[in-house]
Ligand binder design. Structure first.
Ligand SMILES: NC(=O)C1=CN([C@@H]2O[C@H](COP(=O)(O)OP(=O)(O)OC[C@H]3O[C@@H](n4cnc5c(N)ncnc54)[C@H](OP(=O)(O)O)[C@@H]3O)[C@@H](O)[C@H]2O)C=CC1
Ligand SMILES: C[C@H]1O[C@H](OP(=O)(O)OP(=O)(O)OC[C@H]2O[C@@H](n3cnc4c(=O)[nH]c(N)nc43)[C@H](O)[C@@H]2O)[C@@H](O)[C@@H](O)C1=O
Length: 318
């Protein structure tokens, strides 16, 4: 059982999700949190990870470390998104099993589901049809992580679980325009265009795909929920259960940032999967639900961006 003084290792503790988990666990009185930067511990190295686990022996591991990016980054670097994510997750999962760690929480992604699966997406749709080509590499890595967790539950009866986040956004997100996801990219593009006399904003694709967005603090609360409860199954969707068209998201963010210029859609860029709305009923039945709605979350994220825009250490805008 995890107590407030148990040693809890958060892999990726400086990332958007990892830092939100760290903040929430600290606020809930957990006093023994452990994190390592990728410079201190490269999770792609199996020997480094095994040494680290032998030295520290955490009671619980939360895997919020991965090579993460938006549609262009995934489509441009398939090998790294496949291999690095398999290395990171497999090293953490295998070392946790070898060191008999009692609790492991793995974070996948909604892109693990088939491109044209019925909506909203249920956990049982996994592996029932082909994947979205722009991120199938990342998706296959995540699916192997899910199967590794499931096999450990089946063979060793351990309390390991996989949470499938929908598209996430919020403070400490990545605002680099080449590697980021759509929501932080739009915040930065509309803000910078407004500051530049409302020049046109160029967005990707047709604007017609639908996406669901969960504020990162709500994602963190689902991880804390999974840490403090023994979930009965191996796989759970985490989202809001509501989605909107990318075009409508653009108009929402244009309003929040105060940009008044033109929006131009670059049809050379990929749309990706047409829709990936999560069925979140399993987590709702267990007692978890999101609390931050999209407009409020966008406002919080924009405020954080404005407060940190000149602090490049904080805001990844490389
Ligand atoms: N953002 C999103 O929309 C979604 C994210 N997810 C999942 O949530 C998790 C967290 O994502 P997010 O917070 O957005 O990602 P970030 O890019 O913000 O953070 C990723 C973290 O992983 C760490 N990391 C990456 N490579 C290595 C490595 N080789 N060795 C050690 N650490 C490494 C980084 O450490 P450092 O900072 O020290 O370099 C960083 O802190 C991931 O599993 C991701 O797949 C799932 C669905 C949607
Ligand atoms: C979380 C999920 O995130 C990724 O999937 P995605 O949701 O398709 O990624 P995205 O957020 O980058 O795009 C969403 C939509 O938005 C459109 N779009 C418009 N204008 C911009 C724009 O300026 N930047 C970006 N990135 N997208 C834009 C873009 O064309 C697409 O139609 C997976 O790689 C994978 O990492 C994963 O799991």
């Amino acid at each position: 059982m995890i107590s407030k003084d148990s040693l809890i290792y958060i892999a990726g503790h400086r990332g958007m999700v990892g830092s939100a988990i760290w903040r929430q666990l600290s606020a809930r009185g957990y006093t023994n949190l452990l994190g390592m930067t990728s410079k201190e511990l490269d999770l792609r190295s199996q020997s480094e990870v095994l040494d680290f686990f032998e030295k520290n022996k955490p009671s619980a591991v939360i895997d919020a470390a991965a090579k993460v990016g938006g549609i262009l980054a995934n489509n441009s670097y398939p090998y790294q998104f496949l291999m690095e994510n398999m290395q990171i997750q497999n090293n953490l999962i295998d070392a946790s099993l070898k060191m008999n760690i009692g609790k492991f929480i793995f974070l996948g992604s909604s892109c693990i589901y088939p491109k044209l699966a019925p909506q909203p997406l249920k956990e049982e749709y996994l592996l029932t049809d082909s994947l979205e080509p722009t991120n199938e590499w990342y998706a296959v890595a995540k699916i192997t992580g899910i199967k590794a967790v499931e096999s450990i539950r089946k063979q060793f009866g351990k309390d390991y679980v996989s949470l499938m986040p929908t598209n996430l956004y919020g403070t400490h997100d990545n605002f680099d325009l080449n590697t980021s996801h759509v929501l932080p990219a739009m915040i930065r593009k509309f803000h910078e265009a407004k500051e530049n006399n409302n020049t046109p904003v160029i967005l990707w694709g047709s604007g017609t795909p639908m996406r669901e967005f969960l504020f990162v603090d709500d994602m963190a609360s689902s991880v804390v929920f999974a840490l403090e409860n023994k979930l009965p199954e191996h796989l759970y969707n985490v989202g809001t259960g509501q989605d909107l068209m990318i075009k409508d998201l653009a108009e929402l963010i244009q309003k929040v940032t105060g940009h008044t210029g033109e929006i131009v859609w670059d049809s050379e860029k990929p749309d990706g999967t047409p829709r990936k709305l999560m069925d979140v009923s399993k987590m709702h039945e267990l007692g978890w639900k999101h609390t931050i709605e999209l407009e409020d979350g966008i406002a919080k994220t924009y405020q954080w961006f404005l407060q940190n825009i000149n602090n490049f250490k904080e805001v990844k805008m490389r």
